[in-house]
Write a protein of this length. Structure first.
Length: 367
């Protein structure tokens, strides 16, 4: 399948956009930036564009291999295999965190009395079913999901302004506590989540990257920019409607933002729509993580997608249940622990590969 036509570029753009939105728009991101958290997202988006561009530069001239193949080629069979195995575990871990995000959201917003294992099993079944026909099936439906997400998000945002439950003065002053509290979350948290995680999309979309490098790169970079804008708008809405104090105390501030909507005592409970679009974005994100993990297993062992989708899907759901003791512990790990994993897997390993490829090319020219 070649990504040479405009419609195929739109599909990949939609897939990358939905992946970036994922659970990010749902959570309380950059709380340390206070009322300027939206600006931290914009700064991180610019960094994310450079990071994704760097990922593409890394595989630019690798016509006969993909990112996983480059790892084996650069580090050797055994060391490269070990790194590849760690990537499989890493993508499964990130996927299980997103499953936990979804179960926490549903149990808080809709199905309060439903046990977490039941929610995890139901969501995991949905993800495995979506992925079972291959990534191309998910790519085909991504533009529809993108249109649905955009429509619902704009509709609910308009209802926020119609309801007049907001105060734009909450967004000022921008640098209330100085520049560093705004800039620091950009490279310590937001660069990795969600932009660095997009490495999974590039791993999953390796065949399409080989087919049409420039088109895929253009679609991906535009998706990062658009996704960052939506995240910044969502974060600004949270601050303007809830205030900084309530936003930072809430695990799902966007849910609280939309829960307050009541237009004419007629339009209410619109947060259910928000949960619905979160189901869409998280299904896409977890499916991409699971697919990237399965591709790693395929390189290491030769097992195919159909053979590994169900077992790894079950493992993903089980891991999501035991990944943290409670909601507080789950979000604490996201801020204090996960960025260190991300620094290694999303920055240090690709940088090492880039250095090895550069030195080999330079040595080849000298010879």
């Amino acid at each position: 399948m070649k990504l040479l036509d405009a419609s195929a570029q739109v599909k990949l753009f939609a897939l990358m956009f939905l992946f970036i939105e994922g659970s990010t728009i749902l959570l309380n991101i950059a709380p340390s930036a206070g009322r300027s958290s939206w600006l931290s997202i914009i700064i991180a988006s610019c960094m994310g564009i450079l990071l994704i561009f760097g990922f593409f530069c890394l595989v630019r001239n690798q016509e006969n291999t993909d990112y996983y193949g480059l790892i084996l080629e650069s580090f050797g069979r055994y060391a490269g295999g070990a790194v590849l195995y760690v990537y499989v575990l890493y993508f499964l871990y990130l996927g299980s965190r997103d499953v936990r995000d979804m179960t926490e959201l549903i149990s808080n917003a809709i199905l309060v009395d439903t046990p977490t294992p039941v929610l995890a099993a139901a969501f995991g079944t949905l993800v495995v079913y979506a992925l079972f026909l291959g990534l191309h099936a998910l790519i085909r439906i991504a533009p529809f999901y993108f249109g649905l997400f955009t429509f619902v998000f704009i509709l609910i945002t308009a209802l926020v302004f119609i309801n007049q439950e907001y105060n734009l003065k909450e967004l000022l002053p921008v640098f209330e506590n100085g520049v560093m509290p705004v800039v620091e979350p950009s490279y310590t948290q937001l660069l990795f989540f969600p932009f660095g995680e997009a490495l999974a999309v590039l791993v999953a979309a390796a065949p399409w990257i080989k087919s049409s490098y420039r088109a895929v790169r253009r679609a991906s970079l535009w998706a990062v920019a658009a996704g960052g804008c939506f995240l910044a708008i969502g974060c600004a809405l949270q601050v303007a409607t809830l205030g900084v104090a309530i936003k930072n105390r809430s695990p799902f501030p966007m849910l609280g933002t939309f829960r307050n909507i009541s237009v004419g005592m007629f339009i209410e409970r619109v947060e259910v729509l928000f949960v619905f679009i979160m189901l869409i974005t998280l299904t896409v994100k977890v499916a991409v993580f699971l697919y990237a993990a399965i591709k790693g297993i395929e390189v290491l062992t030769g097992y195919s997608l159909r053979e590994m989708a169900v077992p790894l899907g079950i493992l993903l759901c089980i891991q999501s249940i035991f990944i943290a003791k409670n909601t507080t512990d789950h979000f604490h790990r996201a801020i204090e622990i996960v960025p260190y994993y991300a620094l290694i897997m999303e920055i240090m390993v690709p940088a090492s590969l880039f250095l090895i490829v550069f030195l080999r090319k330079r040595k080849g020219r000298l010879v």
